[in-house]
Design a protein around this ligand. Structure first.
Ligand SMILES: [Zn+2]
Length: 713
């Protein structure tokens, strides 16, 4: 029943792909679509969009280093000119459009350019072009920081705010948040203090960049004998560059997958301990002084701006609103997880006692991954690799598209892109399935290649925005993926984790494309940082649902074979079995981050590292002596006083998922999907996230679904 209903949607879009059982046929659904019902051209979509007063356009991609440099220069020149115009307005001439409207237009222009260059930096096939794009992005970012401090522009905007205009809704929010930004940059302070804040902010940017590059340049090869690496799989031992002598293996512990292969599989405890200790000491020499500098600068900026601490400053613009609220949330979770965490450690201890013969064996930081893996193998007999046969790439994409089209009331059609940065690039138009209104485009860049971004992600390109002539600029984004390339005898086969990731990333694409926000500042995914991941994290639940998976996943050799329920059940149980460890570890970073950014000032800076280590040890497992993993924590810059957002968004995601879970059609329920589209995606940040979430839920938020999911009673 469910499957048939879904098939109807599939049939409408993928003409023949659903009625056939051959995967071969599915591998070219786009051209199948084209051959049975001619592929529409870009111009046809644009003409259709015009009927809805929508503007549909694609980015004009730079293809040479000269073009990139010229774009960066032109963007800064036109931006400066626009700001000059705003800055010259006399107090009697200011109005909404020539101040706030102008700034949003500038934001849209600069944002589109930066987005495009950012994508080029991650996807161009030319190293020179990637390097030029990297430089251009850096230059534009530096230039953009200085824009906050254009006093002439601030005076014009403040002049308009001082007229106390009667605004409502999105307009009022734009004024309020623009003034808030100026205040946060220090513009409301007397000149001398403001200059000081500007100086501190610039210094902070510099130190942050140094902190990041110290992490990026770390190389940590460690040499082992074969005997020392007992238990470590051939996927590491046989990897290029690892076997470096007769009985010598060189492992780079700064490379995450190599580090994990050791931590999960090396049988010898002394080896695991050595590796964890080294990993927790990475970048210490260079970055410890910078950690202190960053904490002092952040605290100085926050207090000069009138905040108690950096956490209050950072979190003011998020859902949690202040440091104390975030801290309380994390601490409650920590306490709630104690019984489950204890029970999991007891399981690990049993396994360790059995393996070592030591009845009093204890679990240390270097043990948990290893025994979590043993638990998976012994208790859940899960081999994630064996699920790959059910996830041939094209089947997953077709199935995922069918699901998103169904729940959000959309139609995806393939369009021939006028420009391709890679030969097999796909471009898809998204329209409303009922009205036929074109809503935007997404690109699909599928396979790995040299120099390309190496994970899965959604990149925004053009944000949605109501233009001056009343038309609506529809958004464009790109999914950058790294599906395993097909081989001579097999199609591209995904892991279940890949499938989860692509469902997550495609959720971001929907968030971007389905926007109706008037201003680009509020469009799409530009929602508070502790909320933005929630809708996508929620969509990960889809790939754990047998009904959802059965709508597309099938053995590529014999598509009548669906995923056995017990394998899925085991996989789910094995994930649940270590939630206590997973979340207590995550909370250890979140709490460390919040403690440092609420407790440390210049006066007690020498307490910073002990406090960080103490928090990590109290929340998860004791850290090895003499280490300081904060020096190697990339999130310390960029997610500062923001790491809590992962758990915060997870809690909202679990709550939001209940709307689908309780709906008649479950995760495929079109009414629930419609509400998600209208109350969350379409509004973006044009209204308070709390309001949007409650409108979607139809009730107040609750943390209970999350607590239940992770095993807190
Ligand atoms: Zn995400």
């Amino acid at each position: 029943m469910l499957k048939q209903a879904l098939c109807a949607v599939v049939l409408a879009v993928f003409a023949t792909s659903c009625s056939t059982t051959s995967d071969q046929c599915c591998t070219d659904s786009g051209s199948t679509n084209a051959s049975t019902s001619r592929m529409k051209s870009l111009a046809e979509f644009q003409a259709q969009a015009a009927k809805f007063k929508n503007r549909l356009s694609l980015p004009q991609f730079e293809t040479t280093t000269n073009e990139i440099n010229a774009t960066a220069d032109a963007t800064m020149a036109s931006g400066n000119a626009l700001l000059d115009t705003v800055g010259k307005l006399s107090p009697s001439k200011v109005n909404f459009d020539n101040t706030l409207g102008a700034l949003d237009r500038l934001g849209h222009q600069v944002g589109s350019t930066m987005n495009r260059l950012f994508l080029i930096k991650e996807t161009s096939t030319s190293e020179a072009v990637r390097d030029a794009a990297t430089e251009a992005v850096k230059k534009l970012q530096e230039w953009a920081v200085g824009l906050d401090y254009r006093e002439d522009v601030y005076k014009a905007v403040k002049g308009y705010a001082d007229t106390k205009p009667k605004l409502a809704g999105e307009d009022a929010k734009l004024l309020e948040e623009t003034m808030r930004d100026y205040r946060r940059a220090g513009l409301a302070l007397p000149k001398a203090q403001r200059d000081e804040v500007e100086r501190l902010r610039k210094e902070l940017t510099g130190v942050s960049t140094d902190f990041d590059s110290n992490i990026a340049k770390i190389q940590k090869p460690m040499k082992f004998t074969k005997a020392e690496l007992e238990g470590v799989p051939d996927s590491l031992l046989g990897a290029p560059g690892v076997k470096t002598g007769d009985d010598e293996y060189t492992v780079h512990i700064n490379v995450t997958w190599q580090y994990l292969a050791i931590m999960e599989h090396a049988k010898r405890e002394d080896i695991r301990k050595r590796v964890v200790t080294e990993q927790h000491s990475l970048a210490m020499k260079d970055n410890l002084p910078l950690v202190e500098k960053l904490l002092i600068l952040r605290n100085q900026i926050a207090t000069k701006l009138g905040y108690k601490n950096w956490a209050d400053f950072q979190i003011e613009v998020k859902m949690a609103k202040d440091g104390a609220t975030a801290l309380e949330f994390e601490q409650k979770l920590k306490t709630g997880l104690q019984p489950k965490f204890d029970a999991e450690l007891a399981e690990f201890r049993k396994l360790k006692a059995a393996e070592t013969g030591d009845a009093n064996a204890q679990i240390y930081l270097w043990d948990w991954r290893y025994f979590a893996e043993k638990l998976k193998e012994q208790k859940y007999t899960v081999d994630a690799e064996q699920l790959r046969v059910y996830f041939p790439m094209q089947r997953v994409l077709d199935g995922m598209f069918a699901i998103y089209q169904r729940i959000f009331g959309l139609k995806f059609e393939r369009v021939e892109p006028p420009y391709k940065w890679i030969g097999d690039l796909q471009l898809w138009a998204v329209s409303d399935s009922k009205t036929g209104e074109p809503l935007g485009f997404f690109y699909l860049d599928m396979f790995p290649r040299e120099g390309k971004f190496n994970h899965f992600a959604e990149f925004g390109l053009i944000d949605g925005k109501r233009l001056a002539d009343g038309t609506y600029q529809r958004p464009v984004c790109s999914l950058v993926c790294n599906f395993p390339p097909p081989s001579a005898d097999k199609p591209s086969l995904l892991t279940h984790q890949d499938v989860e990731t692509i469902f997550h990333e495609f959720g971001h694409a929907m968030h971007t494309i389905l926007t109706r926000a008037k201003y680009s500042r509020f469009a799409g995914t530009s929602v508070p940082g502790d909320f933005v991941e929630a809708p996508s994290q929620m969509l990960e639940a889809w790939v754990w649902d047998k009904k959802v998976l059965d709508s597309f996943a099938a053995d590529y050799r014999d598509p009548s074979k669906k995923i056995p329920a017990e394998i899925l059940g085991q996989l789910k149980a094995s994930k649940y079995a270590i939630y206590g460890n997973h979340y207590r570890r995550q909370l250890s970073f979140g709490l460390m981050d919040l403690m440092l950014h609420t407790q440390i000032t210049e006066a007690n800076i020498k307490d910073a590292i002990p406090l960080a280590n103490q928090t990590l040890s109290d929340t998860f497992l004791p850290v090895p002596e003499g280490t300081a993993m904060v020096a190697y924590l990339g999130h310390f810059v960029g997610y500062d006083a923001g790491y809590y957002g992962y758990a915060w968004a997870d809690a909202i995601a679990a709550d939001m998922a209940t709307v689908f879970e309780k709906a008649p059609d479950g995760y495929l329920d079109a009414n629930a999907g419609r509400r998600l589209r209208e109350e969350i995606y379409a509004v973006g940040n044009s209204r308070d996230a709390n309001v949007s979430i409650e409108k979607f839920l139809g009730r107040e938020r609750s943390i209970e679904p999350f607590l239940k999911k992770i095993g807190v009673n």
